[in-house]
Design a protein around this ligand. Structure first.
Ligand SMILES: [Zn+2]
Length: 425
């Protein structure tokens, strides 16, 4: 296999708190101290960041069942182009990924692409109906998967959720919760507040998220299970996570690029394209999420990449599908937050690589010699306008179209293979 030399990059590795100009060596698919042989390929990384491969723990690949929105192949291509070496796929497919066969189908198909690694998460409950738990033990033994989520819906039933959290404690599984009581949210199109009232759109009370996060923290306390709050978006929920962590509760959280950057006012211009679950919130919630990400209360940045066709996004704000794509806008949008001094480069890379690996028990998140060479190279100084027409994803549903970003990821290396490159060397 090829030996690769990545030269003169700014090597940022949160796992060792390294931030220095230097070289990185890859031999036989592994990061090594030095090369035994002359490199077949040299990548000039001067002026660029060389970081452990980015990991997105929340993407919708849509296959099987919704291949008109995205396929494993197009989703993986979008992930590689966005700088991601590993993604966790959500189980709201058809059939639901609540069984060994469907999980294996997705992971086998993704593996054959020899690109970004795909972990297919499993539903918590059969058919994601919220009533009957899947057999955690069988799934874990036969697929190796340790992440369970009913994403798209929250598990409302207290007894069902408590059982899931008990299994999390005894089997060391991660329960990733889409925190939404549909009995409270009524699946309304946007955040209930001044903006929704102004445009006479039915809003969803923020209590829908807050109450479920509070309940799940109590269940984590009671059972010792690991609750991971998906796409946190509310200031109260963030504060609850902060206080729970201080008490040693086994809770972690993720936030999306859009909840860090956009407010509910975006709906005024972008309409259905800005419809997402949880909904975009007023500015004070965005600032709370930024603070919590910076101080580590929120561990992880995840995109909730949710491709839809334009038909799915047409119609009225009440009938259009929830969701926006994220894989190819995430690094550009986060670089903007670094430029605004909301985040340090170290914290950005930690939240996009080292922390997701740690929280979800995945490989990667480090550049230490001996680990598989999953590496992302980012050009922080490559100003460009986000143009969905250039996306590898089938989904172009993003309110970040036309957003002026300071930079982007330019090379993605998985297992020592360059799976995406915009460089000429
Ligand atoms: Zn969700």
């Amino acid at each position: 296999m090829a030996a690769i030399l990545i030269k003169n990059g700014r090597v940022i590795d949160p796992s060792t708190q390294t931030d220095k100009i230097g070289d990185l060596f890859i031999e036989n698919g592994t990061i090594v101290d030095r090369l035994e042989n002359a490199p077949q390929q040299t990548i000039d990384a001067a002026g660029k960041w060389v970081v452990p491969g980015l990991i997105d723990v929340h993407v919708h690949l849509r296959e099987p069942g919704f291949e008109h929105k995205e396929t494993i192949e197009t989703g993986v291509a979008a992930a590689a182009a966005g700088g991601f070496t590993q993604v966790v796929a959500m189980p709201n497919t058809n059939p639901t990924a609540d069984n060994v066969d469907t999980i294996r189908y997705v992971m086998d198909k993704a593996r054959a692409l020899r690109s970004t690694r795909v972990i297919q998460s499993c539903a918590i409950t059969k058919g994601r109906k919220g009533t009957e738990l899947v057999n955690f033990e069988t799934i874990m033994k036969q697929t190796g998967v340790t992440v369970f989520t009913d994403d798209g819906d929250g598990v409302s039933d207290d007894a069902v959720m408590e059982q899931a959290m008990q299994l999390s404690a005894s089997l060391h599984a991660v329960i990733s919760q889409h925190s939404e009581y549909s009995s409270i949210s009524k699946k309304a199109a946007m955040h209930e507040g001044e903006v929704s009232k102004r445009i006479h759109v039915a809003g969803q009370p923020i209590a829908s998220e807050d109450k479920m996060v509070l309940r799940d923290i109590e269940l984590a306390k009671k059972t010792g299970g690991h609750i991971h709050v998906s796409h946190i978006s509310s200031a109260n929920a963030v504060q609850a996570v902060r206080e729970a962590k201080a008490q040693g509760v086994n809770v972690t959280a993720e936030v999306t690029p859009h909840h860090l950057h956009l407010t509910d006012e975006t709906v005024l211009d972008a309409g259905t394209i800005a419809k997402v679950a949880p909904p975009l919130r007023p500015g004070e919630h965005v600032l709370a999420c930024r603070d919590a990400l910076a101080d580590g209360t929120i561990d992880v940045i995840a995109t909730d990449h949710a491709p839809h066709t334009l038909d799915d996004k047409a119609g009225t704000i009440d009938t259009a599908a929830f969701g926006m794509v994220g894989l190819e806008i995430s690094v550009p949008v986060l670089l903007d937050l670094v430029k605004q001094n909301v985040l340090t480069p170290m914290r950005m890379i930690d939240a996009m690589s080292t922390a997701p690996a740690r929280v979800f028990g995945l490989s990667g998140g480090t550049l230490q010699p001996g680990v598989p060479a999953d590496i992302t190279i980012i050009d922080p100084d490559m100003p460009h306008e986000i143009d969905p027409r250039t996306f590898k994803s089938k989904g172009i549903n993003t309110p970040f179209a036309g957003f002026f970003a300071p930079g982007k990821s330019v090379v993605t290396i998985v297992d020592g293979n360059v799976v995406y490159s915009e460089l000429n060397n």
